[in-house]
Structure formats: structure tokens, C-alpha cells
Design a protein around this ligand. Structure first.
Ligand code: HEM
Length: 210
């Protein structure tokens, strides 16, 4: 596949491994976090070796996700700067949903929707990390007054709920845009795919102007 001239590299092996590390840690965090959130989900703690182990492991898995997402943040932040073309793209998003993307403003490596999603994820991650540090009983919570810990618990739960909704949408969009999962699994995309979904990026990869 690597030497196939009809394909373009979209994600390097490192980028893919790191993305899937974020995905796996996210799922583990969502499952263990829900177990703390409501008694109905408590049986999920069995997957982590019981309640005590779940409580020990959750923040460490969170630290792994923070590092992994941090790498994605620094790798993709410039590619996700929202331009006037992206704002136009977002205004026309209805056409994409209706299955007619012929008259859409030209997307770069990431389209307006992906860029918006990126910044929403960055916001949620920042809130989750900061509030997570405050409520990490074993190491940091003793540094903060009780009122701050209570507030941080609420912020953590709200940010996590929004993040779960965003990731459900992200997965839905990834499945809905055919071949996009292949890009994140194998790294390469077909030229017609790139031309259809990310024309400005396609031209750039072909050596033309942006
Ligand atoms: C759990 C299942 C997940 C699936 C199936 C999935 C799928 C994908 C796919 C297919 C792409 C490539 C899109 C493209 O090239 O146009 C992608 C990109 C990306 N994913 Fe995920 N993802 C998942 C979880 C996550 C998580 C948990 C995060 C972050 C916390 C994340 C952050 C990103 C980012 C930042 C990109 C770069 C492009 C973009 O913003 O769309 N993903 N994902």
C-alpha cells in the first residue's frame, strides 16, 4: 500500500498509534468514570478489578490520556486554525449532511467541522485535566479547600459528559465519512477521497498551491 502511487499518506504510524492510545484510554476512562457517577454503573468496576482498583487506576489512565492528547494538540493545533473558509464551510454544513458536497468551500487537511470539534475537545480536556488534578485525592486534593474540590467535581462531571457526547459524534462522523477509518487504521487514503473531502490539502500534497 505504501508504494501505491494512487494513495496519499494522511497519518504517520506514530500519529495513528497515538490517536488509538487516546481512543483506548478515553473508553477506559468513560467506563470507569461512569462507575463512579451512578450506582447503576457500579458493576463496571469489575472490569478494573473492583471499586478500589478502579479508583486507583482512573486518574493514572487520565494522565496517560492527557499526555497522548497533549501530543495530538501540539501536532494538530496549527492545522486546526479556523479560517474564514472554514466558517463558510460550517455555514454550508447542511449540504454535506444532505449528501451533496459539490459546492462546499474547499477544506484543508481538516474541514471546518473537524476543526470546531478539535477546539471543543481541547476545551473539555483542559477542564478535565485541571479539575482532575484538584480531585485526585491521593496526591493533590489536600492542597485545595473543600469548596474548590466540590466545584472541581462538578466541573469534572460536566466536562466528561460533554466529552462523551463529542466523542460519540466524532465516531459517528468517522464511520459516516467512508474510508476515514481506513485513514486512521492504515495511514493512507485514495486520491479521489482526498480530492473530494479535502481538496485544498489534496492540491498541496500534489505539489500545487494551497
Ligand atoms: C474511540 C473511537 C475513535 C474513533 C473510531 C476515531 C476515529 C477517527 C478517525 C477515523 C479519524 C480520521 C479523520 C480524518 O482523517 O478525516 C480521527 C481523527 C482524529 N481523532 Fe479520533 N477517533 C476516536 C477517538 C478519539 C478520541 C478519544 C480523541 C481525543 C480525545 C480523538 C481525537 C481525534 C483528533 C484530534 C483527530 C484529528 C482529526 C480531527 O480532528 O478529526 N479521537 N479519529
Amino acid at each position: 500500500m505504501k508504494n501505491d502511487p494512487k494513495k496519499i499518506l494522511r497519518y504517520t504510524p506514530f500519529e495513528r498509534a497515538n490517536h488509538w492510545l487516546s481512543a483506548i484510554t478515553f473508553i477506559l476512562l468513560a467506563i470507569s468514570g461512569l462507575a463512579f457517577f451512578h450506582p447503576a454503573f457500579y458493576p463496571l468496576t469489575q472490569l478494573f478489578g473492583g471499586g478500589v482498583w478502579t479508583r486507583i487506576l482512573h486518574p493514572f489512565i487520565g494522565a496517560a490520556m492527557a499526555i497522548s492528547f497533549g501530543v495530538m494538540f501540539f501536532s494538530y493545533r496549527k492545522l486546526n486554525v479556523i479560517t474564514p473558509t472554514d466558517k463558510e464551510w460550517l455555514k454550508h454544513v447542511r449540504e454535506v449532511v444532505d449528501g451533496d458536497d459539490r459546492n462546499m468551500p474547499e477544506a484543508e487537511k481538516f474541514n471546518g467541522g473537524q476543526k470546531l470539534m478539535f477546539w471543543l475537545l481541547v476545551g473539555c480536556m483542559a477542564l478535565l485535566i485541571l479539575s482532575g488534578i484538584v480531585i485526585w485525592r491521593a496526591y493533590f486534593a489536600f492542597l485545595f479547600p473543600a469548596a474548590v474540590i466540590r466545584l472541581a467535581s462538578v466541573v469534572h462531571a460536566v466536562a466528561a459528559t460533554i466529552m462523551i457526547a463529542l466523542i460519540i459524534f466524532h465516531i459517528y462522523a468517522a464511520i459516516w465519512t467512508k474510508e476515514s477509518i481506513d485513514a486512521m487504521l492504515y495511514g493512507w487514503v485514495r486520491r479521489p477521497w482526498a480530492k473530494q473531502h479535502h481538496p485544498a490539502w489534496f492540491r498541496q500534497m500534489m505539489g500545487g498551491d494551497k
